[in-house]
Design a protein around this ligand. Structure first.
Ligand code: AVI
Length: 340
């Protein structure tokens, strides 16, 4: 069974208003920025799925390999903590199509016979796909979908009586927030949990012994050009959603490693000097955006963590990291934390 929190029409109206507001604020700022959530229209979500399968993009397959090796331990550890007794309910923030989550759900069913899974995502179609995949492939799972933007709205956690919650925030999604915003997301989540509930957080790690800066950069600037297409698609989206007049061949994808901030940055670099018109919309009157040659729009940060930085972030939202699992090459970490 799957339930949706509210109608898709309500989502699309609020989304187009949010796009208009975001674009006006970001493109009139200095330096110019656009929020990464704008990537995920239908084409962008599809491109992101393709990114996760690229040879250079090690994150998804590495996290999956950690789950494959340690799912039973992770679930046992989550069930062991103090707090309200009873079965674990799994909720997942930004679940998307939940492709990796199946490994954890299967382990939960092995451990406790059945499990309720509550994926939360802004995309109703992604949740419908997640729900179908899970219901068809993992007997013993009850799926309760919630269409919500957990970054901007209160988290709809429907706690079942006599259960404990294991919240999943995987895929390095936390890395797309500034440290301040990341704390906000985790505090919002923590506010919905009880002491003893747990959080499983997936984080990409900083370059190290087995991870060169070049390999990290290649994950965000692949040879097939899929990440470039993903980045440039945001301009196509603005043309469609706002009637903007971006010529995508006058911009190029740029990825760089910023070691001081410990993040990969993605930018769209304007090749010539140019002006782009954005028509009037719900957020105000028409305006033009002027670009100097080589000026960029900063479209995404992807923060990379040391194990210590993960603990500090968790502590700032009132969680205590209890155990962490890494792949043998120490590319990626999955950390279990208890709500204090
Ligand atoms: C969704 N997020 C964790 C991805 C990342 O790695 O930061 C988004 C992405 N951007 C470029 N490639 C993938």
């Amino acid at each position: 069974m799957s339930t949706f929190a509210f109608a898709p029409e309500a989502i699309s109206t609020s989304t187009s208003e949010a796009v208009a507001r975001e674009v006006r604020a970001g493109l009139t700022a200095t330096p110019k920025t656009l929020s990464p959530w704008l990537f995920y229209d239908e084409a962008g979500s599809h491109l992101f799925e393709q990114i996760t399968e690229l040879p250079e993009y090690y994150l998804t397959r590495t996290e999956r390999s950690i789950f494959a090796a340690h799912a039973d331990e992770i679930l046992e550890e989550a069930a062991r903590g103090q707090g309200p007794a009873g079965k674990l309910t799994l909720i997942e923030l930004g679940a998307g199509t939940a492709t990796k989550t199946g490994i954890l759900l299967a382990a939960a069913v092995r451990q406790q016979g059945s499990v309720v899974y509550q994926p939360v995502d802004v995309s109703e179609t992604a949740l419908a796909e997640a729900s179908d995949n899970i219901l068809n492939n993992i007997p013993g799972v009850t799926v309760r979908c919630q269409v919500t933007d957990y970054t901007r709205e209160a988290l709809p956690l429907n706690r079942l009586p006599n259960t404990r919650t294991l919240a999943l925030y995987i895929g390095s999604s936390i890395g797309n927030f500034t440290p301040r915003a990341a704390r906000g997301v985790l505090r919002n989540l923590r506010a919905q949990l009880l002491p003893g509930d747990t959080l499983l957080l997936g984080t990409d790690l900083v370059p190290g012994k087995h991870k060169t800066e070049a390999a990290l950069l290649a994950a965000y600037d692949d040879s097939a050009g899929t990440t470039a297409a993903f980045n440039l698609n945001v301009l196509t989206r603005l043309n469609r959603d706002l009637g903007a007049r971006f010529e995508t061949d006058k911009f190029r994808h740029k990825a760089l490693w910023n070691p001081e901030a410990s993040r990969i940055e993605m930018h769209l670099e304007s090749l010539p000097a140019q002006r782009v018109r954005i028509p009037a919309n719900s957020s105000g009157s028409a305006f033009a955006v002027s670009f100097n040659p080589s000026e960029t729009i900063h479209t995404e940060n992807s923060y990379k963590f040391t194990p210590g930085a993960v603990e500090v972030l968790l502590a700032s939202a009132n969680f205590r990291a209890t155990r962490s699992w890494r792949d043998p090459q120490e590319l990626f970490a999955v950390t279990l934390a208890t709500a204090l």
